[in-house]
Design a protein around this ligand. Structure first.
Ligand SMILES: O=C(CO)COP(=O)(O)O
Ligand SMILES: [Zn+2]
Length: 211
């Protein structure tokens, strides 16, 4: 996909997620890998009102080479790409149910959500909790880097999800699956409920290609 089309996709999917309340106000950021660098949403922008011509462009040293001033999470996105050469896009949102799960006590920080559905197991899999750091803190980007070799999806404590995908559609799909499962989990967690078995999860991983 050429750069023009990638810019249009960021605007389209950003608005789609914003309009469905998956992030709000000026929160969240989206990036996409290009042949000659990468695109990122500008700092302070609403995902519902992006301008394709004003998206930030950066090089692989993280230098700003075009468009508006980049998101304060630029180093976090860059760390994901550096550790995940297969990933073509990264989505970060402040989705309400995912944030709620990120502050629950007594969760397993190595795998925050259970495999309630097949699509969660297929699109997200194991979800680690990244300890809290302030938004934009270089320590947050380094904490994300430590997980991103082994995980394409993670949950930032008191903050929200970060998800990489082979392309923007894959990253958005997985982020939506995470948020839907967080909502299901909150509906269920004071009840006794069953999850998929480890054998069922392993079977799904065999059947469906990795992100
Ligand atoms: O989600 C955000 C910070 O974590 C939003 O920050 P930016 O507006 O700088 O992208
Ligand atoms: Zn954020």
């Amino acid at each position: 996909m050429n750069e023009h089309k990638q810019r249009e996709e960021i605007v389209l999917l950003g608005k789609s997620m914003y309009d469905r309340g998956l992030t709000h106000g000026g929160t969240g950021n989206i990036s996409v890998r290009l042949n000659d660098g990468w695109l990122l949403t500008p700092t302070g922008s609403s995902l519902g009102r992006l301008d394709p011509a004003r998206l930030s462009k950066l090089d692989w040293q993280g230098r700003h080479i075009g468009g508006d001033l980049p998101s304060k999470e630029a180093m976090l996105h860059l760390a994901m790409y550096q550790e995940r050469p297969v990933s073509g896009a990264v989505v970060h949102l402040h989705s309400t149910h995912s944030v709620a799960v990120s502050v629950l006590d007594q969760l397993d920080p190595e795998d925050v959500l259970p495999a309630i559905t097949a699509y969660y197991a297929m699109r997200v899999g194991k979800l680690p909790l990244v300890p809290y750091y302030a938004p934009g803190d270089p320590a947050l980007a380094e904490a994300v880097r430590r997980f991103s070799g082994r995980h394409h999806a993670m949950l930032l404590a008191h903050h929200g999800p970060v998800v990489a995908g082979s392309d923007l559609h894959a990253a958005v799909d997985a982020t939506e699956e995470l948020e839907a499962t967080a909502q299901l989990f909150l509906l269920l967690f004071q009840h006794k409920f069953k999850t998929l078995t480890p054998e069922q999860v392993a079977d799904l991983q065999r059947r469906f290609a990795k992100r």
